[in-house]
Write a new protein. Structure first.
Length: 77
């Protein structure tokens, strides 16, 4: 299973070769939470807003696969 992750400009540096138009596909285990996906990408957990399939979410939301996760903001710098 995989999830499509869309990242804010200031987070894209964490994913080499990130495509701003297509996002990044992340393979995941069944029952993995948003936090697990972010850790797999080595994202800072200071992200203030998490959106899954267009709805506000939390780090502990369990994903089923094929979702679109948006991490639009993060720590500056």
């Amino acid at each position: 299973m995989s999830v499509r992750v869309m990242l804010a400009v200031n987070l894209r540096k964490h994913v080499p070769g990130y495509d701003g138009a297509a996002g990044h596909s992340v393979g995941m285990e069944p029952g993995q939470a948003v936090l697990g996906v972010a850790r797999k990408l080595e994202m800072p957990t200071e992200v203030k807003l998490i959106v899954v399939d267009g709805v506000g979410s939390r780090w502990d939301e369990v994903l089923k696969g094929d979702e679109r996760c948006l991490l639009p903001s993060g720590r500056r710098g």
